[in-house]
Design a protein around this ligand. Structure first.
Ligand code: UGA
Length: 453
């Protein structure tokens, strides 16, 4: 594969984009953003999905999710004529490079990833590819998937590559345009590897001038993605586990994180203790890696990830218990306001959202729960019709006997504690993201409880 730490693509000679015909299979979060971003740098992109409703919405310029910068990019690239959405696989036939960007959720019956969509997408695509076309998997898959798929792709006259994606929700457009690194997992067959390498370099030329490109085998490329997410999840669970001892010993985990984070080897990011991680990626990826580790007999990794997952789940229990304690032991009939529903700010994604999980559990325990979120309420209304929803924070706080901050949206962090105090029935706040200034809230007469502080 050449030098494994090759820093930059062999460019500099030529920074201009050579427009290519690309296809993107799957227009979920990852695929839609990838398709629009590739069109924005000059490529001709056809994005395919079997969900005709989603295809029609995107084709008319309507984003099916909240993502900063995406709406404008979508309309601009549709107007440019370089981006098309379709439900018909025949429309991809001219593309020389096809990206597989379908979802790999957790299986209902185990921790492993469900690969149904990946195999279905590849199966639908292959009859339509032209000879020598490159099929690049972007979906997060268990190690071994690419080598299993390679025979089918070669049988259809194509070449397989694995090209994992590391974008964060809330920063998806920026992360796609300015990635930290680009990873190519290539075939063990030198001829096929060369074809894929050249095609991917051509596609990513605009990004490769500014980021490292790493070339490797399929298995390493597949593992890099889940290992990155597992490491981030481990960092969060580590600080959450430390927050438990801080609570017990009267120490402050936010000061501790700041201090240890100043050591460059540790770093400050992903050390915010609180209600824990959620979303469509970290939880299912640590479980999928745990399943792969189990399968390959890597017992220590499987045990470690099991601990990371259970610490994370316990954080939600801790917050529910804290809420119970702060209302005097019995939640039934108590008016509780939850600030936040999305799994993190700048998103309307509520998949495995800690905020929404805690809100439903408090409602199940008899509390009268009102949920406030600037973006996610339309999604919550469909999935949790029993919760009372309110998009104005001041109205949501009215009459609350307990307030929980569980998603650190700017508009919640910026609330004036003195003004908020005039709306609620009881001045008690649980800061499940350690995002508020305890001194300011206490000075305004609030009982403030953070996590490990
Ligand atoms: C994550 C990774 O960060 C991306 O690099 C990866 O590409 C993506 O998954 C993916 O697999 O596609 P994302 O799910 O958008 O991105 O969200 P993160 O920013 O990682 O946050 C995940 C969760 O961790 C959120 O619930 C957040 O509130 C929580 N978190 C984060 C903490 O509890 N503490 C922290 O210090 C940081």
């Amino acid at each position: 594969y050449g030098h494994p730490r090759e820093r930059r693509a062999p460019r500099g000679e030529d920074a201009t984009v050579h427009p290519m015909k690309l296809s993107v299979i799957g227009v979920g979060y990852l695929g839609a953003v990838h398709a629009a971003t590739m069109a924005s740098v000059g490529h001709d992109v056809v994005a395919v999905d079997s969900d005709e409703g989603r295809v029609a919405a995107l084709a008319s310029g309507t984003a099916p999710f909240v993502e900063p910068g995406f709406d404008g990019l979508l309309r601009q690239t549709l107007d440019s004529g370089r981006l098309h959405f379709t439900a018909d696989y025949r429309d991809v036939a001219e593309a020389g490079l096809h990206f597989i960007a379908v979802g790999t959720p957790q299986r209902p019956d185990s921790h492993a990833a469900d690969l149904t969509h990946v195999y279905a997408a590849v199966g639908s695509l292959l009859p339509h590819i032209r000879p020598g076309a490159v099929v690049a998997g972007k979906s997060t898959v268990p190690v071994g998937t690419a080598s299993d798929l390679e025979g089918r792709v070669v049988g259809a006259g194509g070449v397989l590559a694995w090209n994992p994606e590391f974008l964060r929700e809330g920063f998806a457009v920026r992360d796609t345009l300015k990635p930290d690194r680009i990873v190519y997992g290539l075939s063990a067959d030198a001829g096929r590897a060369g074809v894929a390498l050249a095609r991917l370099d051509e596609c990513y030329a605009p990004m490769l001038s500014a980021c490292p490109r790493l070339i490797m085998d399929f298995a390493t490329a597949e593992l890099i993605k889940v290992a990155a997410n597992a490491f981030l999840a481990t960092k969060i669970s580590f600080i959450n586990a430390v927050s438990q001892v801080c609570d017990a010993a009267g120490a402050d985990v936010t000061l501790l994180a700041e201090a240890i984070g100043l050591d460059e080897r540790i770093g400050r990011r992903f050390l915010r203790a609180g209600v824990g991680f959620g979303g469509g990626c970290l939880p299912k990826d640590i479980r999928a890696l745990q399943a792969s580790a189990d399968l390959h007999g890597a017992r220590h990794l499987a045990d470690l990830l099991g601990q990371v997952d259970s610490i994370n789940r316990e954080q939600r229990d801790r917050i529910v218990e804290l809420a119970r304690t702060h209302v005097g032991g019995d939640l039934s009939g108590r008016a509780i306001t939850i600030l936040g529903a999305a799994f993190k700010p700048l998103s309307d994604d509520v998949r495995d959202s800690p905020a929404l999980d805690v809100a439903s559990r408090l409602a199940d325990l008899g509390a009268e729960v009102t949920v406030c979120d600037p973006q996610a309420l339309p999604v919550v209304a469909r999935s949790h019709p029993h919760l009372t929803l309110e998009d104005d924070p001041r109205a949501a706080l009215k009459g609350a006997e307990l307030v929980l901050l569980l998603t650190e949206w700017d508009q919640f962090v910026a609330l004036d504690p003195a003004e908020a105090a005039t709306s609620v029935a009881e001045r008690v706040i649980i800061d499940g993201r350690n995002a508020l200034d305890p001194v300011a809230w206490r000075e305004a007469g609030w009982t403030y409880a953070g996590v490990g502080r």
